[in-house]
Design a protein around this ligand. Structure first.
Ligand code: DQA
Length: 146
């Protein structure tokens, strides 16, 4: 089975977008890092970024071929009930990730409306939030094989 990495709005601007908060890695840099780890583990991984809520919802709705989704929903995290409903509507387990620690930023970022319907949330580790999620998935999938 494959893994889908879904990046939400404004994450296409990583590298130049508020680097003091989000770091200097571009989205391609992050995807390459994940691709390398997935290759080493012999696991298929795909990437998608969209600035549109509906695109993300459709990707989640059509995710039955994937074993897991790693999702950084960007600002939709904080208010998209539609995204939350999409996650709750499918069997595919979702791991929520954020580059920044949303709990120590502005109050409006402290709440995640998707948190109650995901496996878990990893935030504040920069690109390490994504790799930690991927390592969890790799370990879990390997464990399920044996
Ligand atoms: C983010 C945190 C969100 O609050 C913000 O809107 C983003 C990025 C993160 O990765 O830290 O776009 O999800």
């Amino acid at each position: 089975k494959k893994i889908l990495v879904l990046h939400g709005p404004n994450l296409n601007l990583l590298g130049t977008r508020e680097p003091e908060i989000y770091g200097s890695m571009t989205l391609d840099d992050i995807n390459c890092l994940l691709q390398k780890d997935a290759d080493e583990a012999g696991i298929d991984i795909s990437f998608k970024q969209s600035n549109y809520e509906g695109d993300l919802i459709e990707a989640i709705q059509q995710s039955s071929a994937y074993a897991y989704i790693i999702l950084n929903a960007g600002a939709f995290t904080h208010y998209s009930i539609a995204l939350r409903d999409a996650i709750a509507s499918v069997q595919t387990p979702v791991i929520e990730v954020h580059l920044s620690n949303i709990h120590k930023r502005e109050e409006f970022r402290n709440n995640s409306v998707i948190a109650p319907v995901v496996v878990g949330q990893i935030c504040g580790l920069g690109a390490g939030s994504y790799t930690a999620a991927l390592h969890y998935i790799i370990t879990t999938l390997k464990g399920a094989e044996s």
